[in-house]
Design a protein around this ligand. Structure first.
Ligand code: AMP
Length: 490
């Protein structure tokens, strides 16, 4: 089993339809894409080599991924917003054979890495495309690695989750079964980075012959994104919750062709979700809960769950287990938690990674007794919906009580004078930790206290409010709690 087969089948079935677009412009058909990938594959290898990609969103990322798979190699997409030194660390850790970089990123990488840098679109790249095409692989072991997925490192040093062809095929099938049912009259618009969430969705949309649309800005611009969803048919996209908020902030109505927004990768607060559903219609939304270790696929809140009259418990949840994934909540002693009881979320199934690259200790800690230990805390309710609390290390323990930041943040965000809120624990000699809320907005501490006292237990109330202009976020839109905590101790 090899993911290249998805492109091969589509190119055979729909050779002359448009495959990859840059903005509104067609870059190639499916037959041309297959041909380019097979020619690029000739210069890659041997099987198992790591082929890194460091680029803003570009059309060539699609052909490079399939080229690597055609050569039975492993793609290593890098977050191009990292510091060149951080990229170099990942390239060294992955022992990459080559890194394909956009001209800008190649210039930044120069002098930082010993790994050969091939500039996408330059002469060397053109020469690779002139090679004779390889014969598509027929006998790839499904357990062979397809993607080394470096985690975003919000919790420390980035680790490479080893994702096999089987893992990504399980993800593909679950996406098509649970979330979206595209065909050749549809498009995947790459709003989020293709090195991460958006890139993982390339296989399901290629399998169905849906266009791959890369914005001409190579990044995310709300107006441009909405324009592309007016232009391209049956548009679907994966977006971080902050990107969804930016679309809503434009005040524009739903574009005629926008069909599906899959959001996730970080918390979507109920208040923001209701705003987005009101602006664009509830039926286009789907929420995923996943992590690099079980790519995009642990639980999901389906299209049908997104109703304006749905209760907050459903809209604030991450839905229920994805097809083919077994999900459970376990207490500290390893026993299974019942409805309403909070514990660590664990899962198993074909989507779960084989382990971390060259890191047996981290693998043993994360893949223990047959389950992937997500490090996220949550609880199922009586109806089977999973509510995510926080990552276990983000829970604030104050005076012996556990306080889940997400719960306090949800309530803070319902105050009209708050645009963003993030709750962390700060060390305190008396309480162990105290709750500190970082606020973007104009509401005063007195107003916020009164608002919270009406809605949640007194002990969960922040003991301190810190006002800032904007919450620090990673390039994937995740709030960097680590940075906020550091501000409290410096
Ligand atoms: P990463 O592997 O970098 O994609 O990060 C995965 C982590 O993001 C998960 O373990 C969760 O803590 C968080 N996450 C993913 N999806 C959601 C979601 N729908 N709601 C809240 N947090 C999420």
């Amino acid at each position: 089993m090899n993911l290249f087969a998805l492109l091969d089948q589509t190119a055979t079935r729909l050779p002359d339809r448009g495959a990859v677009y840059l903005g509104e412009r067609r870059v190639c058909t499916w037959a041309q894409l297959r041909d380019r990938a097979l020619r690029l594959a000739a210069g890659l290898g041997p099987a198992g080599s790591r082929i890194a990609i460091a680029s803003e969103n570009r059309p060539e990322i699609v052909e490079l991924m399939f080229a690597a798979w055609a050569a039975e190699c492993v793609v290593v997409p890098l977050n191009y917003k990292l510091h060149p030194r951080e990229m170099a660390d990942i390239l060294a850790d992955a022992e990459a054979a080559v890194v394909f970089a956009s001209p800008d990123i190649a210039a930044r990488l120069r002098g930082h890495t010993a790994v050969p840098v091939e500039v996408i679109g330059a002469d060397g790249y053109a020469a690779r495309l002139a090679a004779d095409p390889v014969v598509p692989p027929r006998h790839t072991d499904p357990a062979a690695l397809a993607w080394l997925f470096y985690t975003s490192g919000t919790t420390g040093k980035s680790k490479g989750a080893m994702l096999s062809h089987r893992n990504l095929m399980a993800m593909t099938v679950a996406h098509l079964a649970d979330f979206d049912d595209p065909d050749e009259h549809c498009s995947l618009v790459h709003g989020a980075p293709m090195s991460h969430g958006s890139g993982l969705y390339i296989p399901p949309y290629v399998a169905r012959g849906a266009r791959q649309v890369v914005p001409a800005s190579h990044g995310f611009d709300a107006e441009e994104f909405l324009d592309l969803c007016e232009h391209h048919p049956g548009a679907a996209a994966f977006l971080a919750p902050t990107m969804v908020a930016r679309l809503v902030d434009t005040g524009r109505p739903r574009p005629a062709n926008l069909r599906t927004i899959v959001y996730g990768g970080g918390p979507m607060y109920v208040e923001s979700l209701r705003r987005a559903m009101t602006a664009f219609g509830p039926e286009i939304f789907v929420q995923l809960y996943g992590q690099g270790e079980a790519p995009m696929t642990i639980t999901g809140l389906r299209r049908a769950d997104h109703r304006l009259d749905a209760d907050d418990a459903v809209l604030g949840s991450v839905g229920y287990p994805r097809s083919g994934v077994d999900v459970a909540v376990r207490r500290a002693d390893g026993s299974f938690a019942g409805p309403g009881q909070i514990g660590e979320i664990v899962c198993r199934g074909d989507v779960v990674m084989a382990g971390y690259w060259k890191n047996p200790e981290a693998t043993a800690a994360t893949l223990a007794d047959g389950w992937l230990h997500t490090g996220d805390l949550g609880s199922f309710d009586e109806r089977g919906y999973l509510t995510l609390r926080d990552r276990s290390k983000d829970v604030v323990i104050s005076g012996g009580s556990n306080i889940y930041p997400r719960e306090v943040e949800e309530v803070l965000l319902t105050h009209p004078g708050v645009t963003e809120a993030c709750v962390v624990g700060a060390p305190d000699p008396e309480w162990g930790e105290i709750v500190v809320a970082f606020i973007v907005g104009t509401a005063t501490p007195e107003e916020l206290d009164a608002h919270l006292l009406d809605r949640i237990a007194r002990f969960k109330r922040p003991k301190r409010y810190e006002y800032i202009d904007e919450l620090p976020k990673s390039s994937y839109g995740k709030v960097l709690k680590r940075e906020l905590r550091a501000r409290l101790t410096t």
